[in-house]
Design a protein around this ligand. Structure first.
Ligand code: HAS
Ligand code: HEM
Ligand code: CU
Length: 551
């Protein structure tokens, strides 16, 4: 924001900036629509409103899940990654831009068609679209468009990265670009599962070309994708934590090698673990569930490495400023800078959020919490807080950076307010979801008193608190939308795209880290080990089901 920083970097080229901005604005439009659905849901469950005639609870829940978890996240991620790749490898090449825009158009067509079918109440199948609930075939076609579009966006990033490597032989690639490639590679491998489910199973079945569907197989293909999906959301937040935050706090990246290794481990271990979403399902033998739970616990390791690395970055930055004592470094962190504060609250909340994940992954504990509001509480901390707040924090500098404006002190302050509102709203909403989940309240259920059942009546007060949390969060959504609007009107100038530098004297990064064939190979082997036998069994013994319209 100072005048010296105006000359510190080059402004974004207009063409690159437009691609980033289009994705980011689309993401926030989805957040607004998804937020309206979220508010209504929370109020219905709290018994405070009934929906006007014609709108179903599950219809809203589908809109909320799809717009928040699939659309808001994917668009923001692609925009952010293209921004960082442009910043670290140079202007986007014409082919990169063409792939980026084609991806954007396909995804947007898919999103528009999908949303219309949800609004028409022809696709009330929730964001996991489990068979044998059967939506209009055009909903599945829309999903396929979104996936294919996102593949093209990924190819754009690979293309730009390859070009950079060819023109910089022997050099280590910029950390941001490396991490973007890992994120998009994870996405390519993960989406193969959902693409197979949609193209081979759901589309032929919903058009009526085949009568039945193998339900267990379809759920397995979904979760083959669905778990790495959550890491696809998380990795860009980690990029911010590893690469952006050190610069914002005036420190250094603790270790480039450690950061790359943690991303590679996340890539390798996050796919062969989908069964931890199916622990309570019949038809998968205990050995395969056990194996995938063991791999799930492996994927916790790179997150713990990330936590270690962040603490090291914070402490070393503090020491460099001369502070002493075990916790002295906390005092010199830039608490009043929203570029730091919003992602930091995301990190802090990721500690209980991740602990909740480890609980879910433990078979005996999952028996208690599966399909309860505890799970909903878990992912409103992980994706809707750790990830979402980090994305909000990024937007405050990314939007001005790509539009050649600056983040003003007033907007910075509004951003701090927005962060507090989100944290407080989520404390109430997710806190009561966790608690009432332990008391047995199911997720994905509209308001009901179960015929004034005694146990169920005990859930109502928590659901009221959930609704209050939801209202606070909705204020947070509105303020965020206002902030985005105001960022677009901010005064012209230069805003930095913060990219941290590595600590001097760190260990060199092994060349092996950029031998993609090796990592892809390990990943494929693990996937085959974890999935081949159970999937063959499912195909051989699976029973077909006709489709149902349950709404
Ligand atoms: Fe999860 C269900 C297990 C992480 C999202 N998860 C879900 C669903 C979603 C989701 C959306 O095993 C529901 C899907 C549905 O609709 O059914 N999850 C885990 C595990 C982890 C985990 C083991 N989940 C995530 C992340 C998500 C996410 C990340 C989104 C972004 N999850 C499960 C399981 C289920 C599940 C089961 C199925 C349950 C069921 O029954 O249905 C781990 O990856 C978590 C590891 C994280 C940590 C924390 C590390 C801490 C860090 C922060 C450091 C902080 C600093 C600041 C430095 C171990 C990195 C500190 C500063 C100070 C001053 C203190
Ligand atoms: C589900 C509220 C923001 C992702 C829900 C539920 C409520 C809710 C009440 C339904 C619980 C149930 O019946 O099972 C809200 C409110 C928000 C908000 C009030 C803020 C205004 C977010 C964000 C994300 C998100 C930012 C992700 C980025 C989800 C998902 C589901 C869900 C994936 C599950 C849908 C399903 O079970 O099919 N939310 N939420 N939410 N929310 Fe949110
Ligand atoms: Cu998972």
């Amino acid at each position: 924001m100072s005048t010296s920083s105006i000359t510190a970097g080059k402004p974004f080229h207009e063409n690159d900036g437009q691609l980033v901005l289009a994705h980011v604005l689309f993401a926030f439009a989805a957040l607004l629509l998804g937020g309206i659905a979220g508010l209504l849901q929370a109020m219905v469950r709290g018994g405070t409103i009934t929906l006007p005639h014609g709108i179903g609870y599950y219809q809203l829940l589908t809109a909320h899940g799809v717009l928040m978890a699939l659309i808001f996240t994917t668009y923001f991620i692609i925009g952010f990654l293209y921004g960082g790749v442009a910043k670290t490898t140079g202007r986007l090449l014409p082919t990169t831009l063409a792939l980026g825009w084609t991806g954007f158009l396909l995804m947007s067509m898919g999103t528009a068609v999908g949303t219309v079918f949800i609004l028409l109440n022809k696709a009330t199948v929730l964001y996991t679209f489990y068979a044998p609930m059967k939506a209009s075939p055009y909903f599945y076609v829309a999903l396929a468009l979104v996936v294919v579009g996102s593949w093209l966006s990924g190819y754009g990033i690979f293309y730009q990265y390859n070009y950079w490597r060819k023109t910089h032989p022997g050099e280590r690639s910029p950390l941001f670009s490396f991490m973007s490639v890992v994120t998009m590679l994870l996405w390519q491998v993960a989406t193969l599962g959902v693409a197979a489910e949609v193209l081979i199973q759901l589309i032929p079945w919903s058009f009526g070309w085949v009568d039945t569907i193998n339900v267990l197989l379809s759920r397995t293909l979904f979760w083959y994708f669905g778990h790495p999906l959550v890491y696809f959301w998380l990795l860009p937040a980690y990029i911010c934590w590893y690469v952006v935050i050190p610069k914002v706090i005036g420190g250094r990246i603790y270790s480039d090698a450690l950061a790359r290794l943690s991303f590679l481990l996340l890539f390798v271990f996050s796919i062969p673990v989908g069964f931890h979403h199916q622990l309570m399902e019949p038809g998968i033998s205990q050995f395969w569930k056990f194996l995938q739970v063991a791999l799930t616990l492996m994927v916790v390791v790179p997150s713990l490495m990330t936590a270690f690395s962040l603490f090291a970055t914070f402490e070393l930055a503090g020491r460099a400023k001369g502070v002493r004592g075990v916790f002295g470094w906390l005092k010199v962190l830039p608490w009043n800078d929203v570029r730091f504060f919003a992602p930091f609250m995301g990190m802090l909340i990721f500690i209980p959020a991740g602990a909740g994940g480890v609980i879910n992954a433990s078979y005996q504990l999952d028996e208690v919490v599966h399909n309860t509001l505890w799970i909903t509480g878990h992912f409103h901390l992980t994706v809707a807080t750790s990830v979402a707040l980090t994305f909000f924090g990024i937007a405050y500098w990314l939007i001005p950076a790509v539009t050649n404006r600056r983040l003003t002190p007033r907007l910075n302050k509004l951003g701090l307010w927005q962060t507090w509102i989100w944290v407080i709203g989520m404390f109430f909403m997710s806190g009561s979801m966790h608690t009432v989940g332990l008391l047995g309240a199911p997720r994905r259920t509209a308001y009901t008193t179960y015929g004034d059942n005694a146990q169920a009546s005990g859930w109502i007060p928590y659901e009221v608190v959930m609704a209050i949390g939801g209202m606070i969060l909705f204020v947070g959504v509105l303020l965020m939308i206002y902030n985005i609007y105001a960022l677009l009107q901010a005064p012209a100038g230069y805003e930095e795209f913060p990219i941290g530098e590595e600590l001097d004297g760190a260990e060199p990064t092994p060349k092996l880290f950029e031998r993609w064939g090796v990592w892809l190979g390990i990943s494929v082997v693990l996937i085959f080990v974890a999935y081949t036998i159970p999937v063959v069994e499912m195909i051989q013994t699976g029973v077909g089901s006709p489709g149902y319209k349950t709404w």
